[in-house]
Design a protein around this ligand. Structure first.
Ligand code: ZN
Length: 245
């Protein structure tokens, strides 16, 4: 059997421990719900990491052994250390994949990798979202129909301040009238980045089969293919050089 994809699901894991209604939806945390869904894939080996673990659970050894990292954060972006955010960014440049979920649009690793403000419009009234597949030939859209309906969601609207994505795989429409580039890919260094908007903590969105399918596809698409440490090196010449006078 081919080498398994090493997945790490990272979650700040605060909302689920603070709010009873959220704990009811995700009793052992959003990270565990996502990890369980990904573990159903025999080609994946899935671990988890959370903010309050030493080094946020993201030691250099953990990141070195990770092919693709999923990131969910919201209320504690500021508590993520700059050192760990830089470590994640550097691993992406070396080739690790990164899937940034929902409110992770404002996380330190995503903002560092995008280089823009990553701001957006939002509204939390539990309206309907229709996630349109606009690039059906993309590997992340494999097995997804023309659209995914999410009965209750938080609205994320344009303008989303990101650099022009390499590919926009999904665009969401909301009951209130807005649209949003809800599934976008980027390449940074040797690494692939996918931003996916659905996933507000007060709705059971990560329990939805089509959403789990998108995350599975995205993990396979983003998984590291190479590892190329980023350093400037002085190198000897390959061919013999005849110096000029
Ligand atoms: Zn939210």
């Amino acid at each position: 059997m081919a080498k398994k994809i090493k997945v790490t699901v990272w979650n700040e894991f605060r909302h689920e421990r603070k709010t009873e209604a959220i704990a009811k939806i995700y009793p052992d945390g959003i990270h565990m719900a996502i990890a369980r869904a990904l573990r159903a894939n025999p080609d994946m080996e899935v671990g988890t990491a959370t903010l309050d673990e030493p080094e946020h659970g993201l030691s250099q050894a953990v990141l070195d052994a990770t092919d693709v990292l999923l990131w969910w954060g919201h209320m504690a972006h500021g508590e993520v250390s700059d050192e760990i955010a830089a470590r994640v960014q550097n691993r992406v440049l070396e080739g690790m994949g990164l899937i940034v979920l929902h409110s992770g649009h404002f996380s330190k690793p995503f903002k560092r990798l995008m280089g823009t403000a990553c701001t957006l419009m939002w509204r939390e009234v539990g309206e309907k979202e229709r996630v349109w597949t606009i690039d059906p030939s993309h590997p992340i859209a494999e097995g997804i129909g023309p659209y995914i309906d999410i009965p209750h969601t938080e609205m994320y609207g344009e303008r989303f301040d990101i650099p022009t994505p390499d590919q926009v795989v999904f665009i969401s429409w909301y009951e209130g009238g807005e649209v949003f580039r809800s599934g976008c890919t980027f390449e940074r260094g040797m690494g692939r980045v996918f931003y996916f908007a659905p996933g507000h903590e007060t709705f059971p969105i990560y329990h939805q089969a089509e959403i789990q399918k998108v995350l599975t596809n995205a993990a396979r698409w983003a998984a590291a293919r190479v590892r190329l440490p980023q350093a400037c090196r002085m190198v000897p010449a390959i061919e013999k050089i005849t110096p000029r006078d």
